[in-house]
Design a protein around this ligand. Structure first.
Ligand SMILES: Cc1cc2nc3c(=O)[nH]c(=O)nc-3n(C[C@H](O)[C@H](O)[C@H](O)COP(=O)(O)OP(=O)(O)OC[C@H]3O[C@@H](n4cnc5c(N)ncnc54)[C@H](O)[C@@H]3O)c2cc1C
Length: 311
């Protein structure tokens, strides 16, 4: 999101974007599961800033974004209770990765190209891919999560950022269940914040999102639980989370998959740099959600601002 937001504001001939994965969008991710699909990264996003609002309206008119109005719950003393709110939430349509795809309509992206190192070369830089190809650049913006940024910029002075802006992992589990999630009082819910629950951070029912019709439920484990079980096998995680869901909601839940995000969200979303960007050296910038509060909107605004510095 950060890199794409930057590129949208730069003249097309003036930049190259390198992306290690096959598709665009990073943590705005969805995964195909047999004939179905589920969001496995960000579950929704909110909109506060008019600049992000403008993008969301454009994406909505193109059908790539839809409002999502889940019946919300939360956990109190580890028991699910209802928690209605008036927050406006949005999701990608048909799935979250649609927002990344929408943003790439107007930018050129070089996918499956992983940058391995970045080093200074006179007044510019040399970027080397893992395949050994070198690219020279006058200016560089790195928009990976903080730990991956540290690997790329090992030759630069980034210690102050790396020690202050740490990120937490998240295990995301997808289960299948034909049954409705309900609160203790049997009110139906479509999504549930973790509240004071030890294991759950956020739960969402895929079929409550517009245009989706599956029996998949996505469960994000709390950062604390995810840290303790970070190196476990994904099958163990999927089974353990499915059992926890069954015990908590009294529903049958079949484990489908578990995905480990080593760098999911910033440890302290309140800690930010000015405008979500930071200048490491002359012509060398970093930007991303981890400097901007850890949300999709923050990532977009950081990219929007980064474009000002690079132009
Ligand atoms: C499980 C989970 C749940 C979340 N829930 C929410 C939510 O409900 N609401 C919300 O607003 N936000 C949520 N977020 C956070 C949101 O997804 C992020 O804030 C936002 O997507 C970050 O965008 P970004 O561009 O800064 O980083 P990323 O999306 O991480 O993009 C970085 C990109 O860099 C690429 N890359 C990394 N290393 C290299 C390399 N060496 N060479 C080339 N490319 C590289 C990656 O493949 C990736 O595409 C969630 C995140 C996770 C993981």
């Amino acid at each position: 999101m950060t890199g794409l937001a930057t590129a949208r504001r730069l003249p097309p001939a003036g930049y190259r974007i390198f992306e290690k994965s096959r598709g665009p969008g990073g943590r705005l991710a969805s995964k195909r599961i047999e004939q179905q699909r589920a969001d496995i990264g960000a579950q929704f996003f909110t909109v506060r800033d008019p600049r992000f609002q403008a993008l969301v309206e454009l994406a909505h008119s193109a059908g790539a974004v839809q409002p999502w109005k889940p019946r919300m719950g939360t956990f109190q003393s580890s028991i699910p209770v209802d928690s209605p709110d008036t927050q406006r939430r949005f999701v990608g349509a048909p799935y979250m990765n649609a927002l990344g795809r929408f943003l790439t309509q107007s930018v050129r992206i070089e996918s499956q190209t992983r940058i391995d190192t970045i080093r200074r070369d006179g007044s510019g830089f040399i970027l080397t891919t893992t395949a050994g190809t070198e690219y020279s650049a006058e200016q560089v913006l790195v928009t990976t999560p903080v730990d991956q940024m540290a690997d790329l910029l090992a030759q630069f002075e980034i210690a102050p950022i790396v020690t202050q802006f740490t990120m937490e992992p998240t295990w995301t589990t997808v289960v299948s269940s034909g049954q409705q999630l309900t609160t203790r009082m049997r009110e139906p819910i479509d999504a549930c914040f973790g509240g004071d629950h030890d294991v759950f951070d956020f739960i969402s029912v895929e079929r409550s999102k517009p245009g989706r019709d599956s029996d998949l439920i996505v469960v994000q484990a709390s950062p604390e639980w995810s840290k303790v079980h970070l190196e476990r096998e994904s099958d163990w995680v999927a089974q353990t989370i499915a059992t926890e869901l069954t015990n908590t909601f009294g529903i049958a839940a079949e484990p489908v998959l578990a995905h480990r995000w080593r760098y999911a969200r910033p440890t302290d979303p309140k800690m930010t740099t000015q405008k979500g960007i930071y200048q490491v050296d002359t012509g060398l910038w970093i930007a991303g959600d981890y400097l901007a509060g850890g949300r999709v909107e923050g990532a977009y605004l950081a990219g929007f601002e980064a474009a000002e510095r690079l132009s």
